[in-house]
Design a protein around this ligand. Structure first.
Ligand code: KIV
Length: 266
């Protein structure tokens, strides 16, 4: 079995200019297979609000729910680093509750947490988390929890000035101690500029090929979630059809008396 991926593995990837992969997972079996496939980081994204719970936005998911999914994923993973997304309002009100909520994720098996956004307060939260032994992944560019401030699903860092501002924020996150930064919906050239000027790895979520790593929502990759598909996602399979076919065949077999057969009874 390959060695467990840790923050030092991720640091080495950047030093050696080696690309790495990140996929979301929300349940035990899926996490187990993604881990077996050799993916480096498994993220329990708050995207589970939409893809696993059917909510409209990530705002509706809470710490209680993230804990259940984190525990399940962590149980299935041996090799990958397990990172949990901290949900809306779980780290925004005060530092003590931020540390408590993030600490709960570590207690159920996460190896690190992801925190969206940038402000002096967020920098203080990150520093306190790291001082408590909790590694932090940053998240800049389009940050879904701030959608009401950003005015919708908008590409971030489009001009040189905006890319400079993103780089400034990323550098401050780096100084506060994050081990990596997700760049979401940032033009490829801006993401390249940020990646080249940062010593921690950047993880592209629709930010092009020059980032150090790529992240996608696994339900998009597997073709399972079908309510919408982001432009930057690539579908590698068609789980929706697979599930539909299996469920239809089972339904038919039951109704035609073809299930169970002689080998499926006691
Ligand atoms: O919630 C999520 O799944 C994410 C990633 C896609 C970056 O934040």
């Amino acid at each position: 079995m390959a060695k467990k991926i840790t923050v030092s593995t991720i640091r080495k990837y950047k030093e050696n200019n080696e690309k790495f992969s990140v996929l979301t997972a929300y349940d035990y079996s899926t996490a187990k297979y993604i881990d077996e496939a050799g993916v480096d980081i498994i993220l329990i994204g708050d995207s589970l609000a939409m893809v696993a719970l059917g909510y409209e936005t990530t705002h509706s998911v809470g710490v209680d729910e993230m804990l259940i999914f984190t525990r399940a994923v962590a149980k299935g993973v041996e090799h990958a680093m397990v990172v949990t997304d901290m949900p809306f309002l779980s780290y925004h009100t005060d530092i003590a509750s931020a540390v408590k909520n993030c600490g709960e994720m570590i207690k159920v098996g996460a190896n690190a947490v992801k925190i969206e956004g940038f402000s002096d307060y967020i920098l203080d939260v990150i520093k306190r988390l790291i001082a408590s032994g909790i590694p932090v992944m940053g998240h800049l560019g389009f940050t879904p929890q701030f959608i009401n401030m950003l005015g919708g699903y908008k590409i971030q860092g489009k001009t040189q000035e905006a890319a400079d501002e993103l780089l400034k924020q990323a550098k401050q996150l780096e100084k506060a101690g994050v081990f990596s930064v997700v760049l979401e919906m940032v033009p490829q050239e801006s993401a390249k500029y940020i990646t080249e000027n940062l010593s921690v790895p950047t993880i592209s979520c629709g930010a092009g090929k020059y980032c150090d790593a790529q992240v996608l929502v696994s339900d998009d990759v597997f073709g399972k979630f079908s309510d919408f598909k982001p432009k930057f996602a690539r579908k590698y399979g068609d789980m929706k059809s697979l599930i539909l076919n299996c469920a239809k065949q089972f339904n038919d077999d039951v109704k035609l008396g073809k299930f169970p057969n002689e080998n499926e009874i006691f």
